[in-house]
Design a protein around this ligand. Structure first.
Ligand code: NAD
Ligand code: USQ
Length: 383
C-alpha cells in the first residue's frame, strides 16, 4: 500500500514517514521545505541539528534498505500536486503540510493571510486532486483539538447529537478556535466534510492535541535521522519548551494563571495513530473525526511535573507565571472524549518520569544550540 506523507520533512511528518516505511508501507514524502525557510526568516532554529531532507532519505535507505520517494513542491500549486499524485499513485494521503503555529498566524495581517491561504488552499487542492485522480484514496488530515476551543460542556469526537424544539440531529460539534491558525483547521474541516458529502470521498480528520517528545523507534536509529524539536516562542509548544527551558536554567514560561487545559500525546503515539487510521480507512462519503490525544493536563501541572523531574536530575527549575500574550481562558472546564483511536487498538505511552528524564537529558545534550533570546513570547494576540 502506498502512502503519500505531505509535510513529511516536519516534526510529525518525518517521524510518521519513517514509522510507516518501517511497517512495510511504500512511502512518498512531499514537502516544499517552507518550514525551514520560516525558521530562517524568524531567526529561530530547532534544538536538534536536522539534516537536509535528501540526506535524511539517503540515510534511511542505508539503515533500512527502503526507498522513500521525494516530491519537493507546494501543494497550493495544483499542477505540481497533480503531477506528484500521478507519479506516486497513493492509496492514502496523510496531510501534515500546513503552517501550524498559532503565534505565527497572529504576528500581523500578512501572517494571518499566509496561514489561511496556505492551509485552506492546500487542503482544497488536495481534495480536488483526490477527486480527479483517485476518489478511492483515503485522506488522513491533521486537524487540531484547538478547533473546539474550551466549551463548558464535554467535547465529543467531531459530532454532537442535539435535540432542539422536539427534533433531533447529529451535527458538527460547535467550534470556537483561539487563533487564525486554529481557525484555518476549522475551515479545512468544513471543506473536507463537504467534499465527502458531495463527491463521496473518504476522509479522517484527526483532531490532534499538543505533541511532545522527540525520539521514535526509527528517528532514534541514527543522528542523521534526528527529528526537529522546536523551543522558540513561535513554533515551540508547551511541554517541549518547558524541558528545554529547564535544561538551561530558564524559568518555565507559564502564560497567565496556567489553568489552560489541553490534550497531549507522545510523538510515538502520533505515528501509531496515523498508522491505525490508514489501516482502518473511513467509509466512502464520510468524514470521520478522531480526537487524537492520550491525556489532559493543565499547563501549570505540566510545569510542576518538569520541575519535579528536574529535581531528580539535580537541576533547579523555577516556574514563572508571565503575562499571557494570548486571548484565552486561564481557568475553565475541559473534558474531551478520545475513545475512537483506543477502540482501534491504540496503546498509549502516558507521560512518565522516564520520558521527562529522557527529554530533559536530550535537551541538555544539545543545550549549546539554544538561543535564550528566542524563548520569551513576542507575539501578542491583541497586537
Ligand atoms: P511542522 O511545521 O514541523 O511540519 C509541517 C511541514 O509541512 C513542514 O515541513 C513544511 O515545510 C510543510 N508544508 C507547509 N506548507 C506546505 C505546503 N503548502 N506545501 C508543501 N509542504 C508544506 O509541523 P508539525 O508540528 O509536524 O505539524 C504537522 C501537522 O500536525 C500540522 O498540520 C499541525 O497543524 C498538526 N498538529 C501539530 C501538533 C504539534 O504539537 N506539533 C499538534 C496538533 C496538530
Ligand atoms: N503556553 C504556555 N507557555 C508556553 C507555551 C504555551 O503557557 O511557553 C500555553 C498557551 O498559552 C496555550 C497552551 O499552553 O494555552 C498550548 O500552547 P502551545 O503553544 O503548546 O500549543 P498551541 O498554540 O495550541 O499549538 C500547538 C501546535 C498546533 C496544534 C495545537 C494542538 O503548534 O499545531 O494544533 O498545539 S491544540 O493545542 O490541542 O489545539
Amino acid at each position: 500500500m502506498k502512502v503519500l506523507v505531505i509535510g513529511g520533512d516536519g516534526y510529525c511528518g518525518w517521524a510518521t514517514a519513517l514509522h510507516l516505511a518501517n511497517k512495510g508501507y511504500e512511502v512518498g514524502v512531499l514537502d516544499n521545505l517552507i518550514r525551514r525557510h520560516w525558521d530562517n526568516e524568524l531567526g529561530v532554529a530547532t534544538l536538534t541539528p536536522i539534516a537536509s531532507i535528501q540526506e535524511r532519505i539517503y540515510k534511511w535507505k542505508a539503515v533500512s534498505g527502503q526507498d522513500i520517494e521525494l516530491f519537493i513542491g507546494d501543494i497550493t500549486n495544483y499542477e505540481f500536486l497533480l503531477k506528484a499524485f500521478r507519479g506516486f499513485e497513493p492509496n492514502a494521503v496523510v496531510h501534515f503540510g500546513e503552517q501550524r503555529s498559532a503565534p505565527f498566524s497572529m504576528i500581523d495581517r500578512e501572517h494571518a493571510v499566509l496561514t489561511q491561504v496556505n492551509n485552506v488552499v492546500g487542503t482544497l487542492n488536495l481534495l480536488y486532486a483526490i477527486k480527479e485522480h483517485n476518489p478511492e484514496c483515503h485522506l488522513v488530515k491533521l486537524g487540531t483539538m484547538g478547533e473546539y476551543g474550551t466549551p463548558n460542556i464535554d467535547i465529543e469526537e467531531g459530532y454532537i447529537t442535539i435535540e432542539h424544539n422536539g427534533r433531533k440531529d447529529t451535527l458538527p460539534y460547535p467550534k470556537q478556535p483561539g487563533s487564525f491558525y486554529h481557525l484555518s483547521k476549522v475551515h479545512d474541516s468544513h471543506n473536507i466534510q463537504f467534499a465527502c458529502r458531495a463527491w463521496g470521498l473518504r476522509a479522517t480528520d484527526l483532531n490532534q492535541g499538543v505533541v511532545y517528545g522527540v525520539l521514535t523507534e526509527e528517528t532514534g536509529t541514527d543522528e542523521l535521522l534526528i527529528n526537529r524539536l522546536d523551543y522558540d516562542g513561535v513554533f515551540g509548544t508547551a511541554l517541549n519548551r518547558f524541558c528545554i527551558q529547564a535544561a538551561i536554567g530558564h524559568p518555565l514560561t507559564v502564560y497567565g494563571k496556567g489553568g489552560q487545559t489541553r490534550g497531549f500525546l507522545d510523538i510515538r503515539d502520533t505515528v501509531r495513530c496515523i498508522e491505525l487510521a490508514i489501516a482502518n480507512p473511513a467509509e466512502a462519503g464520510k468524514m470521520r473525526v478522531f480526537n487524537q490525544f492520550t491525556e489532559l493536563f493543565s499547563i501549570r501541572d505540566l510545569a510542576l511535573m518538569v520541575q519535579k523531574a528536574g529535581q531528580t536530575l539535580g537541576i533547579k527549575v523555577e516556574v514563572q507565571n508571565i503575562e499571557n500574550p494570548r486571548v484565552e481562558l486561564e481557568e475553565h472546564y475541559f473534558n474531551a472524549k478520545n475513545t475512537n483511536l483506543l477502540d482501534l487498538g491504540l496503546q498509549p505511552h502516558f507521560l512518565s518520569e522516564a520520558l521527562l528524564d529522557s527529554l530533559l537529558n536530550f535537551a541538555i545534550r544539545y543545550r549549546d544550540r539554544i538561543d535564550e533570546k528566542q524563548i520569551l513570547p513576542k507575539v501578542k494576540w491583541r497586537g
